[in-house]
Write a protein that binds this ligand. Structure first.
Ligand SMILES: [Zn+2]
Ligand SMILES: [Zn+2]
Length: 348
């Protein structure tokens, strides 16, 4: 079978390797669709502390596929089942895992990071992942591509729950990438009265309008503070989501938030840029709530899958390009260009 191995920064090679054989407690999945995530791009550019130098890894953690092998001890799974793999596998016994927040487990393992992930024909699902709920059935009616994209959406869903977005809210999403798009879809679904997206790339902003944003702001050519005040009747936004990794944006978020505004610092900062000067008086005098979310739990993932299955939203408009495993380097180039939304690797 074919597998795309990440060897080092900027170095992914498609190689021939043998199809994994399921151990008694494992599954093997035939990959049908795996989407490229910002995390994959970061690993491609900068590496990852869980991939030691000299090791190779198949990246990709937004995965949907069909069960083709079931270990002799595995119950509840059958050959032919359609499944998707929430990527973060918790240790199962720490305080966070016990509360169901496997994405916050200090010793988590993950597909595409510490386990070989989605950019290969067949994926071994380790026993821990099978036992801890990381194999989720995909209901009929959800395509492989849409099932793969439930993972990024579930991170926006997790954010929505923390922010408690509700009717009457004006939401500003800063960053019009695929994750920004998920925040737009989720905010609309939550009943936000107005959804405004800011970015520096016009092509991406046009895409946000198509997904249902009420207004878009090019913050390279327009002053974001003035524009948000104009869009919110001078009050500022009741919710601000920073869906990018630009430090200054976190400071601006405090300025454009309304009194009693809620801010989610959703995008993490690059190494060395984590210390951001903020006007904390804005938090004090406007009584802002500033919070953070990262990833999603298996519960968030399953609830997101159910929302998609119920037809409450469609993730398909996010898929703007498809590639085979052989074309993995084209897929990464496309995703890095920022021109489209999601690049998907699909079975050849
Ligand atoms: Zn992802
Ligand atoms: Zn744990």
């Amino acid at each position: 079978m074919k597998a795309a191995y990440f060897y080092d920064t900027g170095d992914i090679r498609v190689e021939e390797t043998s199809v994994p054989q399921a151990a008694p407690d494992e599954l093997v999945i035939k990959m049908k669709a795996s989407a490229i995530c910002g995390t994959d791009l970061r690993i491609f550019k900068f590496g990852h502390f869980k991939i030691p130098a000299g090791e190779r890894r198949v990246l990709g953690h937004e995965i949907a596929g069909e069960v083709v092998q079931v270990g002799t001890q595995v119950e509840n799974f059958k050959v032919g089942m359609r499944v998707a793999l929430p990527p973060n596998v918790g240790c199962g016994s720490c305080a966070m895992c016990r509360k169901g927040f496997t994405q916050l487990c200090p010793t988590y393992e993950a597909f595409g990071i510490s386990y070989d992930g989605g950019f290969q024909e067949y994926i071994r699902v380790p026993g821990n992942a099978v036992r801890r709920g990381n194999v989720v059935p995909v209901p009929e009616g959800i395509s492989w591509e849409e099932a793969a994209m439930v993972e990024p959406f579930s991170c926006a869903y997790h954010s929505y729950k923390a922010l408690n977005i509700r009717p009457g809210d004006s939401v500003v999403v800063i960053g019009a990438g695929p994750i920004g798009a998920c925040h737009v879809l989720m905010s609309r679904l939550a009943g936000a009265s107005r959804v405004i997206v800011a970015d520096v790339q016009d092509s991406r902003l046009a895409g946000m309008k198509a997904l249902g944003a009420d207004a878009v702001i090019n913050s390279a050519t327009t002053d974001l503070r003035t524009a948000v005040m104009a869009e919110t009747g001078g009050e500022g936004a009741s919710v601000v989501i920073t869906a990018c990794s630009v430090p200054e944006v976190q400071a601006v978020a405090m300025e454009i938030a309304a009194t009693h505004g809620r801010i989610n610092l959703f995008g993490g900062m690059p190494k060395g840029k984590e210390i951001v000067p903020l006007n904390t008086n804005l938090i004090h005098y406007k009584e802002l709530t500033v919070l953070g979310t990262t990833g999603s739990s298996i519960n968030d993932y399953c609830e997101s899958m159910a929302l998609v299955a119920a037809g409450r939203l469609s993730l398909l408009p996010l898929a703007t390009a498809r590639f085979t495993i052989d074309e993995i380097n084209d897929a990464f180039r496309y995703a890095l260009s920022g021109e489209g939304m999601k690049a998907l690797v699909v079975e050849g």
